[in-house]
Write a protein that binds this ligand. Structure first.
Ligand code: FE2
Length: 228
């Protein structure tokens, strides 16, 4: 079986599985944004608003992912693989560059009303796709092996330290984050991730997933009109 998502020999999720699903979503979306911007008609304000809204989801997800790496994952990786300190410093520096690139593109996505502004946003999205692609490759080359071999999935759970989950008013709704993370991922990988959830949470999610997936399919068809 193709195992890009690093399930273990029994088909269970490892500490790297969800991490790699999110990387897959970043690459997928940054392949689509430049194409969608190339097709965008400056007069189509509805489509521009849809793309800008979806861009906010991307930004939230990448910011959250990078912060979790800096604050939770990398200290763990360092404690298990001290020789990676120089690579982790480089990756953290790249997070700052990515933040600046995202902020610039976010400004551009707010004004997609002329051919020139759309072309500028498209160029910035291509540049971000290139830089982020390198960044994700670097993380996967050095960090994923440590996650698979030396970190248990429960060590990365948000409430592992016993604290209350943070209340982030900008956080996208659960249905969207879940379906966005799993789009294009093999079914056995999604099933393994759901199976690893705490039972009360897992049961609620299994019940809700068919409706969430239908809603997401509808959203994707509208946002990526002409791209897919
Ligand atoms: Fe990162």
């Amino acid at each position: 079986m193709d195992n890009h998502f690093r399930l273990d020999a029994r088909g269970n999720a490892t500490a790297a599985t969800m991490f790699l699903m999110v990387h897959h979503a970043f690459r997928r979306e940054l392949d689509r944004f430049p194409k969608a911007l190339a097709l965008l008609d400056p007069a189509d304000t509805g489509q521009a608003a849809l793309l800008a809204e979806h861009w906010r989801l991307f930004c939230w997800a990448l910011t959250d992912h990078s912060e979790n790496e800096d604050n939770i994952l990398f200290p763990l990786v360092l404690s298990r693989a001290g020789h990676l300190a120089p690579v982790l410093r480089e990756v953290e520096h790249e997070h700052e560059v990515l933040d600046r690139q995202m902020a610039e593109l976010s400004m551009q996505m707010k004004n997609l009303s002329t051919s020139a502004s759309i072309a500028e946003a498209r160029r910035a999205s291509e540049q971000l796709a290139w830089y982020l692609g390198r960044h994700l490759d670097l993380e996967e080359q050095h960090i994923v092996p440590v996650m698979v071999e030396r970190i248990e999935p429960h060590e990365l759970a948000p409430d592992h330290d016993g604290g209350e989950p943070e209340n982030d008013p900008d956080e996208p709704p659960m249905w969207l984050l879940v379906t966005w993370s799993e789009e294009g991922v093999p079914r056995e990988v999604n099933d393994a991730v759901v199976a690893a959830l705490p039972p009360h949470f897992r049961d609620r999610m299994v019940q809700a997933l068919p409706e969430w997936r239908a809603e997401y399919r509808d959203l994707v068809a509208r946002i990526w009109r002409g791209v897919l």
